[in-house]
Design a protein. Structure first.
Length: 432
């Protein structure tokens, strides 16, 4: 009985640590996303034409996503060799420091071209930190769980919209208490500087969690975990294919929509309010759909989400183009609170279940983070092709969803797998 109580206590700590750590990581990461859409083009790219400046600003946003697979490989390697907990402490520290430094970074008017260069460097560090954070955080919850793995692992993914709520709320607050000139001069910096406070709280929580029992009982890889994953690439490729559309949708709903709606005539605050409301709904949706995937399986839930996201992709821009704040909010809520969570929530457990323990941190991280490039590339590509019409954008989103459907149909169901079993099927995808 005492052992069971300690196990449950550790599970609660692991889930809380994973969720809170994810909130902090994505607060910083998505704070940058919001700022890149509404501030950085005027602060760090003020020498460029407004349209080119917006594309360049979103381009720096993309570099963070390009760096995420690097973080997945590096921290996945050492996480599979040395343990999950050590890597999570390092990634959280990296993210907090990088975000704080962005908050004190001089503008283009002050130091010229060095401003965007340093911004890109700090964004790359953010990307590496997030790339290493996600896999370890999910594994801390999933490998401590003895049942309802989808539910417990989903709290890490729920940290993304939670971080969006916090970052958007703080930017909203600063926009409300400052004039436009004050906001561009210093108001936007305050949320970045607060990262150091969140870092201290997050480290306090994270240091109290023990290493996962599944990892502790597993023989370490004798070679590089990455080479073992690449030796059987089928599940890695399927993980990328399953997740790519979810990230394209995420980047569209949280970054591109903000820029698009402001250019369409909406007040920035109106769009931020819609995104905040939908992000709160996304937290509930991610947890709810992930819990459902424990009952009916990962495949049907993700399939339903892919179809729903494709439909919303064609409704999104016509609803925004009406100029109605209510319809704008409805469009974003349909996408981010309902359709997207069905695809995104179960990904945490699904990616975990595709790999054996000895290579799980590396494999799950790499698959997830390469898929995550969709969120970074999508807004930049959509901004570049916007002149061709929103129908092109909607079609691209639908095509990505079709890729998800195909990959999910190829995968076998895995929600009842025992993560402690060193089954070769996780690497080969062979039916048991």
């Amino acid at each position: 009985m005492a052992d069971n109580s300690r196990t449950r206590a550790q599970l609660r700590r692991a889930v809380l640590s994973s969720y809170f750590g994810s909130v902090i990581e994505y607060y910083d990461f998505l704070l940058y996303a919001t700022a890149s859409a509404v501030v950085f083009n005027k602060v760090f790219f003020s020498n460029l034409d407004p349209v080119i400046g917006t594309i360049a600003s979103l381009g720096t946003f993309t570099t963070g996503y390009l760096a995420r697979p690097i973080g997945g490989v590096v921290f996945g390697h050492f996480g599979d060799l040395l343990g999950r907990k050590r890597m999570l402490v390092i990634t959280m520290t990296m993210m907090g420091v990088a975000s704080t430094l962005i908050g004190i970074l001089p503008t283009y008017a002050q130091i010229g071209v060095w401003a965007p260069i340093l911004l890109v460097v700090l964004r790359v560090l953010q990307g590496i930190a997030v790339g290493g954070e996600w896999g370890g955080a999910v594994l801390m919850s999933a490998e401590h769980a003895t049942s309802r793995r989808g539910l417990w692992a989903s709290f890490t993914n729920a940290g993304a919209p939670s971080g969006m709520v916090v970052s958007t709320a703080l930017l909203t607050l600063m926009g409300a208490v400052t004039t436009d000139a004050q906001f561009l001069a210093w108001g936007w910096r305050i949320p970045f500087l607060l990262s150091v406070v969140l870092l201290a709280i997050g480290l306090f929580v994270r240091l109290k969690v023990q290493e996962t029992p599944v990892f502790a009982a597993t023989r370490r890889p004798t070679g590089a975990p990455l080479l073992e994953v690449l030796r059987h690439p089928r599940n890695l490729l399927l993980a990328i294919g399953v997740g790519f559309a979810a990230f394209v949708a995420q980047g569209t709903l949280t970054t591109y929509v903000l820029s698009y709606a402001v250019q369409a005539g909406f007040v920035r605050q109106t769009v931020l309010n819609a995104i905040t409301v939908s992000s709160i709904g996304a937290v509930l949706g991610i947890i709810g759909f992930s819990a459902l995937s424990d009952r009916v399986g990962r495949r049907p839930v993700v399939l339903g989400g892919a179809v729903a996201v494709a439909i919303v992709g064609f409704l999104l821009f016509p609803l925004i183009d009406t100029g109605s704040a209510a319809l704008l909010t409805l469009a974003v809520v349909l996408g981010q609170s309902i359709a997207h969570p069905a695809m995104y929530g179960p990904l945490a457990a699904l990616c975990t279940e595709l790999f054996a323990t000895r290579t799980r941190y590396t494999g799950a991280s790499l698959g997830y983070q390469i898929a995550g490039l969709g969120a970074g590339i999508g807004p930049v590509v959509f901004a570049a092709v916007a002149g061709a019409g929103t129908g092109v954008i909607s079609t691209v989103i639908a095509a990505c969803c079709l890729l998800t459907v195909v990959c999910v149909l190829i995968l076998r169901e895995s929600h009842r797998d025992d993560l402690a079993e060193p089954v070769a099927e996780r690497l080969t995808g062979v039916e048991r």
